[in-house]
Design a protein around this ligand. Sequence first.
Ligand code: AMP
Length: 284
Amino acid sequence: MLLHTIEEVREQVRKWKKEGLTVGLVPTMGALHDGHRSLIEKSVEKCDRTVVSVFVNPIQFCPGEDLDKYPRTLDEDCTLCDKIGADIVFAPSPKEMYGEGHILSNDFLTYVIPPYFYTDKLCGKSRVGHFDGVCTVVNKLFNIVQPDFAFFGKKDMQQLIILKKMVKDLNIPVQIISCPIVRNTEGLALSSRNKYLSEEGKKDALALSRLLLNIKVCYNKGIKDVRALAETAFSFLNEKHSLEYLEFRDGVTLEAKEVADDNTVVFVAAKVENVRLIDNIELK
Ligand code: AMP
C-alpha cells in the first residue's frame, strides 16, 4: 500500500497496534537495491507488519551535493516492497514532512543534533550538518510510525552508531537492528550512488573493499599497529582514487584507535569518477 501522508500512516499503524501487532520500520531514500532488500526482508521476517519509508530527505544534503539528481524510482521501489511483503511504502513529499517556505533552515525547524564528538569526524567532517538532518528525519519517522523495531545497514556505520546513541540518549522506545553490508559478487558495497559510476569506475571502486579486507587479513595475522595497517592500503590506491579518509575507530564511541582490537571498525571514503563512496569493515 503506497501512502503519501502522515495521517494515513498513523491511522493504519493505530489499527495494527490495537490488534497487538508488532511494527518494523525501514527508512530509505529509495532507488532500492539488494542492500535495502536485505533490511526489508529482515523486518518482514521479524515483525508482523513492515513500513518502508522512501524519502529523499533534503535537510541531510549539503549545498552542492546531489539532492536534485539523486535517483528517484518510486514505481520500481513499490513493486520490490510488494514482492518482499512490506505492508506500507510511505513516500511523503518534502512539504508533507517539513511544511512550506523557509522551514528547511534551522532557524525555522526544530532539529535533533547528535553530539559533536560523533559528527566532527569521518563523513561529518566534509558533510557538515548531514547527521543533524539524518537524526531529525529519523526521529520524525519514529514519531510518525512508532515502530517496535527499526532496521539500518552497517554500510552507513557512522550513521548507525549515531542513531543508536540518539535512541539511547533520548529514551526512544524502538529497538535498532543492525544489518550486514550487502556487496556485489566482486565485493563492491551496494549503494544507490553506484548508478553514477561507469563500468570502469565500478572496477576502480573495488579498491575500497579490497583494501579493507586486506587490512582485516593483516590484523588477523597479528598486525595491530594502526599505522602499519593503514600503510598496507596504499598499494590498492592509484590516481583514479581520491582518498578522503582511512580511519580506525571504536565501533560504539567512534574514538580513534592507535592499536587495533576486536572492537575496531576501519572506515574509508574516497571519490572515484567524482562519486563519493564509503565502506567499512569490522575487525572482529
Ligand atoms: P539509503 O537509501 O542510502 O538512505 O539507505 C537506507 C538504508 O539502507 C540505510 O540503513 C543504509 O545503511 C542501508 N543500506 C544501503 N546500502 C546498503 C548495503 N549495501 N548493505 C546493507 N545496507 C545498506
